[in-house]
Ligand binder design. Structure first.
Ligand code: IMP
Length: 429
């Protein structure tokens, strides 16, 4: 029995929440391994809607949730999310949630830096969620981050805050933003410590035990390959590695645990924030996709940019992300469109590319090369098996499989849990 790692194959918001929830019901443990509360997963279970940002989705299914070392944890946001979900009737205790003792904390100063820098960037802003994700990862790499385990050591905390604030207050002052007081931050952290520490442990050990006991582990990715700090449309990316390999390094589970990699891709394409988006539509079709697909950010409420399916981009995500199969979501949003375009490559300054080159100017200049397929007049909604789909919808999906060089192993044709057609069970490897 394989483990499963779920990652986004486009720019995020591919509908991972529904797929992860569906898979979580069949897993024993659900592990977050990167990102932070910049992610947003909406789960609809019965008549309850749960909005998760930092917590692993498995908690909704009563499964053990693990926050790995690769995640950046805002302790206040975490406790607020726990309170919110408890108010909805979920049980969240140290028996159901474990947090890596070596995970990095997001402090209020990180959010302040994130927002001040974005404001200073003006037109060149990245469009971050403003939640301090980037600055927290920067501190980790710079070896000045405060980690969950530091909450148990007031002296370490105090020393680290000196170093951290020396850096950040200098920057904040330079940006004309208010600076932070060390004692206030220290008091805040010491007050949070007894609420966070009961969840902390060496999660790598628990994952090792789970692996040896033959338990099924679901690794739940956040954001997506095109937002990966190495492989995405840099610098318009998030600050973590979002590819499947991070499931291992971001949890301490080792590369053999990653298992089957399911890449989630919408049947079209969306993006929030700034950055290149070759297939973006600024016309009525773009607006239609946005309205039908209810394309507004879960975390920030920002309207998402919409466009045609970009097979060159998803093929790239398949290769660098290590994707074994695609879960295609929101196919029903395309119902009734007379024609559909699929991007197969780009024309950039007179040259043809079948991948998105890394240079910023090339990415900005990329003009999509389209292949046009007929749409379908029927609906994909209500189909419970592959054979019940309109013939043109099957052709569309088959063509995408060829172009991205990966099979579509799961299809989501509506928001409800049972509006899912499974071609291959990812837990079967
Ligand atoms: P950050 O992760 O807040 O630093 O934002 C960097 C970029 O990633 C921005 O373009 C965000 O809009 C994007 N981003 C971050 N998290 C998500 C997500 O969960 N879904 C989609 N885009 C995201």
């Amino acid at each position: 029995m394989a483990n499963v790692t779920v990652i986004g194959a486009q720019w995020g918001d591919e509908g991972k929440g529904k797929v992860v929830d569906w898979l979580a019901s069949r897993a024993d443990l659900v592990v977050r391994f990167q990102g932070g509360h910049n992610a947003g997963h909406t789960l609809v279970v019965g008549n309850q809607t749960y909005k998760l940002s930092l917590l692993p989705s498995g908690l909704v299914r009563g499964k053990l949730g693990i926050i790995g070392n690769g995640v950046v944890v805002d302790p206040e946001a975490l406790l607020a999310e726990i309170d919110r979900l408890r108010a909805q009737g979920l049980t969240i205790t140290p028996d159901t949630l474990r947090i890596a003792e070596n995970a990095v904390l997001i402090l209020p100063v990180h959010g302040a830096i994130d927002r001040a820098r974005e404001a200073a960037r003006g037109d060149r802003k990245i469009g971050t969620t403003g939640r301090g994700i980037g600055p927290a990862y920067e501190d980790k790499v710079a070896r000045r981050a405060i980690r969950v385990c530091d909450l148990a050591e007031p002296e370490t905390l105090s020393d680290k805050l000196d170093e951290l604030l020396l850096h950040h207050n200098t920057l904040l002052a330079g940006l004309g933003a208010p600076i932070f007081d060390k004692q206030t931050l220290l008091d805040q952290l010491l007050a949070l410590a007894p609420q966070i520490l009961p969840y902390a442990e060496a999660v790598w050990e628990r994952l090792d035990e789970a692996r040896r006991a033959g338990k099924r582990i679901l690794f739940e990715g956040a954001q997506a390959v095109m937002l990966d700090v190495d492989h995405g449309t840099y610098p318009y990316v998030t600050s973590s590695n979002t590819v499947a390999a991070t499931a291992a390094s971001g949890s301490g589970a080792g590369p053999a645990s990653v298992g089957f990699v399911l890449g989630i891709a919408k049947a079209y394409c969306t993006r929030v924030g700034s950055g290149p988006f070759p297939t973006e539509l600024h016309d009525d079709t773009g607006r239609l996709l946005g309205e039908r697909g209810r394309e507004f950010g879960t975390v920030t409420g920002r309207p998402r940019r919409c466009g045609w399916f970009d097979a060159a981009l998803v093929r790239q995500a398949v290769k660098v992300g290590g994707i074994n199969g695609i879960a295609m979501t929101k196919i029903d949003v395309l119902d009734g469109l007379p024609e559909l375009n699929i991007c197969t490559g780009y024309r950039i300054k007179g040259e043809i590319f079948h991948r998105l080159p890394a240079g910023m100017q090339s990415q900005a200049a990329a003009e999509p090369i389209y292949e046009t397929l007929p749409g379908w007049s029927g609906t994909t909604r209500g189909a419970r098996s592959w054979g019940q789909l309109p013939a043109e919808a099957i052709k569309y999906i088959r063509r995408i499989e060829e172009l991205v060089e990966a099979p579509v192993t799961l299809l989501s044709n509506g928001p409800d849990r049972d509006e899912t057609i499974l071609m291959k069970d990812p837990f079967e490897g």
